[in-house]
Design a protein around this ligand. Structure first.
Ligand SMILES: Nc1ncnc2c1ncn2[C@@H]1O[C@H](COP(=O)(O)OP(=O)(O)O)[C@@H](O)[C@H]1O
Ligand SMILES: [Mg+2]
Length: 354
């Protein structure tokens, strides 16, 4: 039998999506076929330190998104590009850990999904599963994403940018004049609905801006779209394929962090979405175009709004979408006939294509 591939799964991280990342990593590690892969798990704690974890048992409260955390022993490690050739180093004895063939950055949000960690491994010449530096960075920033998509005539909803401590930021009346009176305020670089608010008046608007500025210095003030939310999974490199389409129907005011991860009745997932064949074709076509326009590789989940007039807008692309038990990316593929284990094989194959 051929040599196994050494896979390092990175999880945790310093972003507000630390806990989601741990749930994603848990499912990714379970999906990796141990006949084919030797698995290392590296946990990044909230202070940014890296720890070598036991791949067979690295989580406490794995099913509770509020209490989940990884088991830290004293096995702190550091990663030094090109030092000892593709190895992580155990800090306690400065012994190299087994070398790595591919990194799976099961990290969401800033410093994980935004190109920074991808850059670290690029320096080391190590393949990273999924999008590279540029596409990760562009998709993480919702303002830049929209600029690239608009340039390709891919429809996105209107927005205005606000900057922390700027005198130029619009007030609610000015924003509403341009965007209508239902407005979403969100950090440019975040995910899992962290810092996202729906507002309809000046007071809520000001509170929402303050909240969003806790997570980023750049904030989007966006036209609220009334309609349905559709999601599609994209897989591939230069010739990507798409999954069947899912619909997320939040039961709360919108698809908030609570609706996503805390309240189990917060949203209904309808797979496949009940939409016409022509809308399905349009979603798949726009998702592939957006994936290529943003230079994505490997994977991305592309999220849409569908208005009552059947107009589609791309809301965002997630370059390392959730792999939690309730996450759509793996679920959409599973319902398209690709098991989690086959999905990981395909993703690793795509990353190793170079
Ligand atoms: N412009 C908008 N119109 C309507 N709903 C929106 C809009 N922007 C965000 N939302 C709601 O907020 C949720 C989270 O916003 P999103 O931009 O997807 O941020 P995140 O990256 O945190 O998922 C969306 O799934 C949707 O329910
Ligand atoms: Mg979203």
């Amino acid at each position: 039998m051929s040599k196994k591939i050494n896979v390092a799964v990175l999880c945790g991280g310093q972003s507000a999506e630390h806990e989601i990342s741990l749930q994603s990593a848990n499912n990714i590690v379970s999906a990796l076929n141990t006949q084919k892969y030797d698995i290392q798990v590296i946990g990044i704690d909230k202070s940014g330190s890296w720890h070598k974890l036991n791949p067979n048992n690295f989580l406490v409260n794995a099913d509770d998104p509020k209490k989940i955390h990884f088991i830290k022993d004293n096995n702190q490690i550091f990663y030094s590009p090109n030092y000892y050739n593709k190895q992580t180093i155990n800090c306690s004895n400065y012994e190299p850990n087994p070398s790595i063939d591919i990194v799976i950055p099961a990290l969401h949000g800033p410093n994980g999904e935004d190109g920074t960690i991808q850059g670290l491994f690029q320096l080391a010449g190590l393949p990273v599963l999924g999008c590279g530096v540029l596409s990760s960075a562009m998709c993480m920033d919702k303002d830049i994403t929209k600029k690239i998509l608009t340039n390709k005539n891919i429809p996105v909803c209107d927005h205005i940018i606000a900057r922390k401590n700027s005198e130029q930021n619009p007030n609610f009346t000015e924003a509403a004049k341009q965007l209508g009176s239902t407005i979403f305020v969100k950090p440019a670089n975040m995910g899992s609905s962290v810092g996202v608010s729906k507002v309809t008046n000046e007071l809520e608007f000001n509170t929402a801006l303050n909240e969003a500025f806790k997570f980023d210095n750049k904030v989007l003030i966006e036209k609220g779209i009334e309609g349905r939310e559709l999601e599609i999974a994209v897989l591939g490199n230069l010739n990507p394929k798409t999954s069947i389409i899912g619909e997320v129907a939040p039961t709360l005011e919108f698809y908030s962090y609570e609706a996503k991860y805390i309240n189990s009745d917060g949203a209904h997932l309808i797979i496949p979405a009940e939409i016409s064949q022509s809308i399905k074709n349009e979603v798949a076509d726009l998702a592939k175009k957006a994936f290529l326009a943003l230079e994505c590789r490997g994977l991305a989940r592309c999220d849409f709004f569908l208005t009552h007039e059947n107009k589609l807008y791309i809301n965002e692309l997630n370059t390392f979408p959730g792999f939690t038990n309730i996450s759509q990316y793996p679920m959409l593929w599973e319902k398209s006939g690709l098991s989690n284990s086959q999905l990981m094989d395909e993703l690793i194959g795509l990353a190793l294509q170079g």
